[in-house]
Design a protein around this ligand. Sequence first.
Ligand SMILES: Cc1ncc(C[n+]2csc(CCOP(=O)(O)OP(=O)(O)O)c2C)c(N)n1
Ligand code: SF4
Length: 305
Amino acid sequence: MMQVSKLTDLYGREGLSPGHTACQGCGATIAVRQVLLAAEPPYIVVSPTGCLEVVSSQYPYTSWRVPWVHVAFENAAAVASGVEAALRALEKKGLGKRQKVIVIAGDGGTFDIGFQALSGAFERGHNLLYICYDNEAYMNTGIQRSAATPLGATTTTTPTGKLEMKKDITSILVAHGSPYVATASPHLWKDLANKVRKAQSKEGPTFLHIVAPCPRGWYFDSHLTIKVAKLAVETRIFPIYEVEHGRYRINYPVPRPRPIEEYLKLQNRFAHLLKPENAHILEAFKQWVESRWNHLLKMAEAFPL
Ligand SMILES: Cc1ncc(C[n+]2csc(CCOP(=O)(O)OP(=O)(O)O)c2C)c(N)n1
Ligand code: SF4
C-alpha cells in the first residue's frame, strides 16, 4: 500500500469531475473528491439516493469518471454485496480480478434506512469499503433529522432542537468485527487519503466515517466549511481515530480542546443552544463530548494499535 505524503501522489486521479451541482462549499463533495483521488483503481462505487447522487448525476450528465451504480436509499450495502460476490465468481472463472467495491453514502442512508443492509454485509464479511459522508441530516430532502444529528441541533423535523444524542456508528461497526474502522475529516486530507488506501487494502468489510459540514443545512457561510470541520475535530466533537481488528489509535490527539462554543456559534442550527435558558442542553452536549472522548482514550489505552 503506497502512503500518500504529498499532493502529487494523488495527481491525475480525479474521479469526480467539476460541473456537479453541489452547493458552494459542500463538505460532502470535497470529501468525496479526496476519497476518489486517494482510492487505488480499479474500483466500482455504489451510492444510494442522497445529495451526492442528486448533484452528480442529473440526466443526461454525470460527474463520475469511475464505474458508479446508483441504488435505492435503503440498499447500498446489499447491492455492493452482490457486485462484490459477482466479481468473486468471475475471478474464479478466470474472467477478471477481485476488487474492493466502495459504497459512498450519506448519514441517513447509513445510520438509519440503510443500516440493516450495512449490518448484513458486514456480518457476511463482503470485501467492501463503506464510506459515510456525515452531514448530520437528510439534506437532499430538506434537512430532516437523522440518527447522526447531534443533540440540540435544529432541523426541519426538530425545529426546537433534537432531543436525542448522535448514534455512535463507528463503535457499532467495530462490534461487527470489521478489520478496519476509522474516522476522517476533509481538513486532514493526508490522513483521509491514507485511511482510504488502508481500508481498501484490508480483506473484508471496512468502514470510514467522514465529517462533512453542510453550509445549507448547518447554516454557515460556504467559505467556512474547512474551518467548521477543523473545529469539530479540535473541540473533540468529532475525534479522529482508527480501529484495526479491535485495536485503537487516536490519529489526532487533542490535548487542549478548543471551547465547544467556538464550533457551535459558527452554525445557526445551534443558535438557541447559546441562549441562557438552554444552558442545560449545552451542558448535556458538553458532557456527551467529554464522555465519548474519555471512552476513546480508555479504549486506546486498553487496546492500543
Ligand atoms: C425508501 C425511501 N424513503 C425516502 C426517500 C427519500 N429520500 C431520498 S434521499 C433522502 C435523504 C438522504 O439523506 P442522507 O442519506 O443523509 O444523504 P444527504 O442527502 O444528506 O446527502 C430521503 C429521505 C427515498 N428515496 N426512499
Ligand atoms: S445541501 Fe449540503 S450536503 Fe447537500 S449539496 Fe448542499 S452543501 Fe452539500
